[in-house]
Design a protein around this ligand. Structure first.
Ligand code: HEC
Length: 175
């Protein structure tokens, strides 16, 4: 009997720990199949203004105004999968201009276990707009559908992005 109680005293906390760990893993891994690419486009363009640095084509070259050069990296060529994109969007990239978009980042251990105070002041990432998880999932769906793995930006992509084949895309027509 006593042994049974002892066993219980060990098993119950162990199970509790396990379920917390499973829950934590579940929270850290959103369901990327639920993303809505069209809503994600709004976030890319207007809510998160990714376009300011990565450009309309997300190639890091074509600006909001297609003739203006921008500074973000070329997301068409990224090797990141959905989870990798999620982590970068949530945590930014310390030491670069890439902002973070989760207000809890660097306040707990969700970004590689780093707190803001662990990062040298001149390397600390800047905070962008705060996104809900659902918004990040939509944004990733947008990147996966319209950006990642696409080659050079085309006239058709430009017209689709701006929702009109207006003159801002005409520079691509000759190609
Ligand atoms: C203030 C400018 C700026 C803004 C705004 C910005 N980025 Fe970035 N982003 C960068 C820079 C610069 C890099 C490259 C950092 C480096 O040198 O590794 C980058 C890198 C990335 C990467 C990593 C690519 C890779 O393959 O490693 C992803 C993904 C990304 N950005 C997505 C986004 C998304 C999505 C948004 C909008 C929510 C966004 N960025 C907004 C500047 C920006």
């Amino acid at each position: 009997m006593l042994q049974g109680v002892k066993l219980l005293a060990f098993v119950v906390p162990a199970l509790l720990c396990l379920s917390t760990a499973v829950l934590a893993a579940f929270i850290a891994k959103p369901d990327f199949t639920q993303g809505d690419a069209e809503r994600g486009k709004q976030i890319y363009q207007r809510v998160g203004v990714c376009v300011n640095c990565h450009g309309w084509a997300a190639d890091g070259e074509s600006g909001t105004n297609p003739m203006v050069h921008v500074q973000g990296s070329n997301l068409r060529q990224t090797k990141l999968d959905a989870q990798g994109l999620y982590d970068v969007i949530r945590c930014g990239i310390p030491g670069t201009q890439m902002p973070y978009h989760d207000q809890t980042s660097y306040k707990d251990d969700r970004c590689n276990g780093l707190l803001m105070s662990d990062i040298a002041p001149d390397q600390q990432p800047v905070k962008g707009k705060t996104f809900r998880e659902e918004q990040m999932v939509d944004l990733i769906a947008y990147l996966e559908k319209y950006v990642i793995g696409h080659g050079k930006p085309t006239y058709e992509e430009c017209a689709l992005y701006f929702e009109s084949a207006d003159k801002s895309c005409s520079y691509l027509k000759a190609n």
